[in-house]
Write a protein that binds this ligand. Structure first.
Ligand code: FAD
Length: 406
C-alpha cells in the first residue's frame, strides 16, 4: 500500500506545530509529509507590531523553516497556494498541483476592512514581515522628509492607528517607545508628533478586565497616545481619515500614516476554494475537520470554534493555533496507524498578556491580573515558549527574548 500523504499549508504557528510534532511522532516510512509556505522562513506574527514600529529588527521576528524541520521526514515546498479543490483532493500552487490523503489548512489571516472605503488602498496593515518593514520605513521616511521639506507639513508627524483591540494597543505601546528615539534621530520636537488611536467600540480592548484597560490607556496616554474611543472611521483618503462626528457630521484627521489594526478574517483561499465560512473562517467539527470532509483539517486563524460559555467564537490567537496543531498531529498519527479513536479539541486558555511596549504590559494569567514589568516579563516568557515548543532549546537560545529585567 502507498504511504499516506499529509499536506500542510502554511508554516505559521498552527502549521509548524503540526509538522514538528508529526515528524517526532511518525517514522520515516509511515507517511509522506509535505509542508507548503510562501516564504522559506516562519515569522512570529505576534511580534510583528514590534518590527512595524521599528523597536525590533524584522530579522529578529523570523527564522528559516529549515531550522525546525527534518528534511528526512518533511518535504518543504516554498510556493504560494492559490486554491484548494476539495472534491478533486488537490491543492493548486502557482505552477504545480499537489494531491493529498490528508490536508491541513493553516494559512492564517487577512485584514478585514468591513467595507470601509479607501482602507485597503491608503492604510497599512500589520500582516507579515514585508508589511512590517514597509510600515517602519514609511514612518521613518515621513520624519526624514518633514525635516528636508522645512517642517511645513505636520501631517507627516501624525500617525493614526485604527482599532484599540489587541493588535492596535500592542502597536501603540511600541510606537510610544519608538517615537522619542525617532525624534532624537531626526531632530524633531516630540510635542509635534501626534499618535491618534481611533476605535469605534465604546471601549478599548473589548472583553478585557476594565481595570486593566484603564491602566493600559493611562500608560499609553503618558507616552503621547490620544484616544478617540466610540469613533468610527468612515473613509481613508490619501490625506488621512474621515471619522463620524455625532449623528450626521464627519471630521477629517489629516495623517500621512494610517495603520489599520481593527480586524482580521480568514485567508481568502478559504472563500475562493468554496468552503462554507464566516468571514473566511470555517466552523470546524470537534476534530478540526471542515464540514463534509473527513480528510481536510482547518486550524488557526482560518478555523472558527465556538466558546460554548459565551456562545461566541474564540478570538483567533497563536495560543489556540498551537494547541490545535499539537492535537491534530497526534490525531493524524493515530489515523495513519489505523486508529480512528480521535481526541476532540478543547481550548485550554492559559491567559492573555497584552504588551504596552518592551517595558510594560497587562494581562490575566492563570486567572490572576498582572501589570507592569511583571506582566512584561510574562509576555516575553510566552513569546519564548512558542519558540521552545516549535524549535526546542536551540531556536529559543537563538531567537528568544532574554532582556527580561527591564
Ligand atoms: P500564521 O501564524 O499567521 O501563519 C500563516 C502562514 O501561512 C504564514 O507563514 C504565511 O506566510 C503562510 N501563507 C499565507 N498565505 C499563504 C499562501 N497563499 N500560500 C502559502 N503560504 C501562505 N495571538 C496571541 O495568542 N497572542 C498575542 O500576543 C498576539 N499578538 C498579535 C500581534 C499582532 C501584531 C498580530 C497581527 C497578531 C497577534 N496575535 C496574537 C494573533 C496571532 O498572531 C494569530 O492568531 C496566529 O498567528 C495565527 O496562527 P496561524 O497558524 O493561523 O497563522
Amino acid at each position: 500500500m502507498n504511504r499516506p500523504k499529509i499536506v500542510v499549508l502554511g508554516a505559521g504557528y498552527g502549521g509548524l506545530m503540526t509538522v514538528t510534532r508529526l515528524q517526532k511522532q511518525l517514522g520515516n516510512n509511515d507517511a509522506d509529509i509535505v509542508l507548503v509556505n510562501k516564504n522559506d522562513y516562519h515569522y512570529e506574527t505576534t511580534w510583528l507590531h514590534e518590527a512595524s514600529a521599528g523597536t525590533l529588527h524584522h530579522d529578529r521576528v523570523r527564522y528559516d523553516i529549515s531550522n525546525v524541520i527534518n528534511p528526512g521526514k518533511v518535504n518543504f515546498i516554498q510556493k504560494t497556494v492559490t486554491k484548494i479543490e476539495p472534491e478533486a483532493k488537490k491543492v493548486i500552487l502557482e505552477d504545480e498541483e499537489l494531491s493529498y490523503d490528508y490536508l491541513v489548512v493553516a494559512l492564517g489571516a487577512a485584514p478585514e476592512t468591513f467595507g470601509i472605503q479607501g482602507l485597503d488602498k491608503y492604510a497599512f496593515s500589520i500582516v507579515n514581515v514585508n508589511a512590517a518593514r514597509q510600515i517602519r520605513e514609511h514612518i521613518e521616511y515621513q520624519f526624514a522628509t518633514y525635516k528636508v521639506e522645512g517642517e511645513k507639513d505636520p501631517e507627516r508627524l501624525t500617525i493614526v492607528v485604527g482599532g484599540a483591540g489587541f493588535t492596535g494597543i500592542e502597536f501603540l505601546g511600541e510606537l510610544g517607545n519608538r517615537i522619542p528615539e525617532l525624534c532624537k534621530e531626526y531632530d524633531i520636537d516630540q510635542k509635534l508628533v501626534k499618535i491618534i488611536c481611533v476605535e469605534a467600540a465604546p471601549s478599548a480592548l473589548p472583553g478585557f478586565d476594565p481595570e486593566l484597560v484603564q491602566y493600559a490607556m493611562a500608560n499609553l496616554q503618558k507616552k503621547g497616545v490620544e484616544f478617540r474611543i466610540g469613533t468610527a472611521i468612515k473613509e481613508a483618503t490619501p490625506e488621512g481619515i474621515i471619522v463620524a462626528k455625532g449623528e450626521d457630521e464627519t471630521e477629517e484627521i489629516k495623517a500621512q500614516t494610517v495603520v489599520w489594526a481593527a480586524g482580521v478574517r480568514g485567508n481568502p483561499i478559504i472563500e475562493e476554494s468554496g468552503f462554507e465560512n464566516m468571514r473566511g473562517r470555517v466552523k470546524v467539527d470537534p476534530y478540526l475537520r471542515a464540514p463534509g470532509y473527513e480528510d481536510i483539517f482547518i486550524i488557526g486563524d482560518c478555523a472558527l470554534i465556538i466558546n460554548e460559555e459565551i456562545n461566541r467564537p474564540f478570538p483567533p490567537t497563536a495560543q489556540i493555533s498551537m494547541q490545535q496543531g499539537e492535537l491534530l498531529a497526534s490525531n493524524l498519527a493515530k489515523l495513519i496507524s489505523g486508529n480512528s479513536d480521535l481526541q476532540s479539541f478543547s481550548f485550554d486558555n492559559k491567559g492573555t498578556v497584552c504588551s504596552l511596549g518592551d517595558d510594560d504590559a497587562i494581562g490575566v494569567v492563570f486567572g490572576k491580573k498582572v501589570t507592569g514589568t511583571k506582566a512584561s516579563f510574562m509576555k516575553k516568557m510566552i513569546d519564548n515558549r512558542a519558540l521552545l515548543m516549535i524549535g526546542g532549546v536551540p531556536l529559543t537560545m537563538k531567537k528568544g527574548k532574554f532582556n527580561v529585567f527591564k
